[in-house]
Design a protein around this ligand. Structure first.
Ligand code: SF4
Length: 63
């Protein structure tokens, strides 16, 4: 299964991912973007966000 992973060191906190896909991304209590644990992710939608993330910091990880 593939999950989206965020490299917080590169994240510019633009919140585009939150706006485009709030069912996958959220801001945690510490103020950092994180991917919500889901059984399955909308792959096409995420691919679009990955392409447009200004920090280029969202990638897929095989688990
Ligand atoms: S779109 Fe990318 S840079 Fe912007 S908040 Fe999300 S992970 Fe960070």
């Amino acid at each position: 299964m593939k999950i989206p992973v965020i490299d917080l060191g590169e994240c510019v906190d633009c919140e585009a991912c939150l706006e485009l896909c709030p069912k996958v991304f959220r801001k945690n209590d510490a103020g950092y973007i994180e991917a919500i644990e889901l059984g399955e992710y909308p792959e096409e939608e995420l691919q679009e966000i990955i392409k447009n993330c200004p920090g280029q910091c969202i990638t897929w990880e095989e688990i």
